[in-house]
Design a protein around this ligand. Sequence first.
Ligand SMILES: [Zn+2]
Length: 243
Amino acid sequence: MYWYMGDYSGLFYILAIGIMIWSLIVRGRLNRLVKKYGDVPVSSRKDANTCVNEMLRANEVYGVTIGHIPGELTDNFNPKEEVINLSDTCYGRNSITAVAVAAHECGHACQAASGMMLYKIRQIIAPAAGFTSKVSVWIAIIGVLIMYAARTYEMSDIGYWISTIGIVLYSVVFLFYLVTLPIERNASRRGLKAMKELGWVSDSQLGAAKKVLWAAGDTYAVALASSALTLLRLLLMRGRRRR
Ligand SMILES: [Zn+2]
């Protein structure tokens, strides 16, 4: 589809390759850190489950339970069921990685409990973004193809509007990543604060935990940049309405 973008195609290739390389660096760094601190027990020897319960109590969040989810780093907080799901990497484990990730997920539970506005917005957008991420790009491309194949202004107009619908739908995906990044950083900050204040880790271990959580958050920064580029690419591909 690059040939529709005229002078910008070179720039887009460079940006796309740049984001790809950045993504590889971020994932490599995250994997290294998770592994490195996955075998180092926290100084307090408390496991992730105990830490989550302490953090919930310290933040006066009640009614949230802990579940066990299979897989590595599949940890998440389910706000509907009010469950913090800990993966094999974290559940019952007392490594720096396990405690840091669990504290981060607990941070999400605290966000939900405190009624954080951005978190509420993400909850509303999430299902729509999940759906539109699959179809929006294709709708936009089909619209562009109709525009270029059109022999009449009317047909070209139909293509333009179909493409515009695709772009509007994709904007929801972009918006999702736009609110996700600050939410993720905030959850990490809450987790690190608890790690420090509740005395689970030594000072140097707190630095290690911060590295792990920040590297994990960087994957959302990559996703945001990538979706911004896709949005821009769709806009340039569609171009202006032909008259
Ligand atoms: Zn998170």
